[in-house]
Write a protein that binds this ligand. Structure first.
Ligand code: RIB
Length: 311
């Protein structure tokens, strides 16, 4: 089984702010840091640190994108399918408040300049049973999904950032969905606008949202993260629920990407749904206790020792 993570590579410009900038306001930031990021890169780093061999496909621009490739190479990700295109790399402007919450503005750059020719070439060495791991920060996703499905790959989709373009692809071809509660809500309401999912996520609501998603995508494994309320998953034959771990929050950026990589790696290693959620939650808990996107993602042995300390 091989893993192709096809996704965005961003330089993250992180501004620490006393509060998120408001309409019409000019706000001085307290600090600026630059980190490697992008949901695609973060997922690749998490998969690799969780112990899986990963190939990353995507594109950087002719500017400072080399840093992103070096970050992937440092954790032994195969970067031979990352093209260098003329024009800028993708980047993100991230406001991080003093409680670790963030607001993210992304510019696609090279991430949005992928061609069908490149996609066909990148998929060439992958086939039946191999995984294609996606997010929604690159162009040509519908084409990529169709080609990978035709090659009998298993397609994993984190639809973040979720917008109307997600419905341009044939979602029935997805094997694993990794969504947060807002994305779950948006997916469900797209198909049934009469649904009322506002308000508190009780245990019943979590379970029934996943069951409703399962009715829409009966063959898929569906995983939902709920921030401090933990995570839950449903497959055609099991339901699992995991509480979150309580840690001091420094920066929530990339926590979802870290969760995705560690969850998939645990599943690939044969762990149960419940065990996979627990390991992914532990990895995400460590990530939120550190600054930055990709650099906050822990090594597998850090996750082992974190879990060993839990009662
Ligand atoms: O999920 C976090 C990521 O979202 C950041 O690294 C940023 O680049 C945006 O893609």
């Amino acid at each position: 089984m091989k893993i192709l993570s096809y996704g965005s590579l961003n330089l993250d410009f992180v501004y620490t702010v006393p509060h998120f900038v408001q309409e019409g306001e000019t706000l001085s930031s307290l600090e600026r840091e630059v980190f490697p990021g992008g949901k695609g890169l973060n997922q690749s780093i998490a998969l690799a640190k969780a112990g899986l061999p990963v190939s990353h496909a995507g594109a950087i621009g002719s500017d400072e994108g080399e840093l992103l490739v070096r970050m992937l190479e440092a954790v032994s990700v195969d970067t031979s399918r990352i093209s260098i295109l003329s024009g800028p790399s993708g980047h993100a402007i991230i406001q991080r408040d003093l409680n670790g919450r963030n607001g993210i503005l992304i510019f696609g750059g090279a991430n949005k300049a992928l061609t069908r020719e490149k996609i066909l070439a990148d998929l060439q060495d992958f086939g039946r049973g191999d995984f294609l791991v996606l997010q929604n920060e690159i162009n040509e996703l519908p084409y990529l999904v169709d080609q990978a499905y035709a090659a009998q790959m298993r397609i994993v989709l984190n639809p973040s950032p979720l917008d109307a373009s997600i419905f341009d692809m044939d979602l029935s071809k997805i094997s694993v969905f990794l969504v947060n509660e807002l994305e779950a809500q948006a997916l469900l309401m797209h198909y049934d606008q009469s649904l009322d999912l506002d308000g508190h996520w009780s245990e019943t609501k979590i379970h029934s949202a996943l069951e409703s998603l399962q009715k829409l995508f009966p063959k898929a494994l569906l995983v939902m993260t709920l921030g401090k309320a933990g995570s839950a998953a449903i497959s055609p034959d099991a339901y699992a629920r995991c509480e979150s771990f309580s840690v001091p929050v420094v920066d929530t950026t990339a926590a979802g990407d870290c969760f995705s990589g560690y969850f998939l790696a645990a599943q690939a290693g044969g762990a149960s749904l419940a065990e996979s959620l627990r390991r992914a939650s532990a990895a995400a808990a460590i990530a939120v206790s550190r600054p930055g996107a990709a650099p906050s993602i822990p090594e597998s042995k850090e996750v082992d020792s974190f879990l060993a300390k839990q009662v």
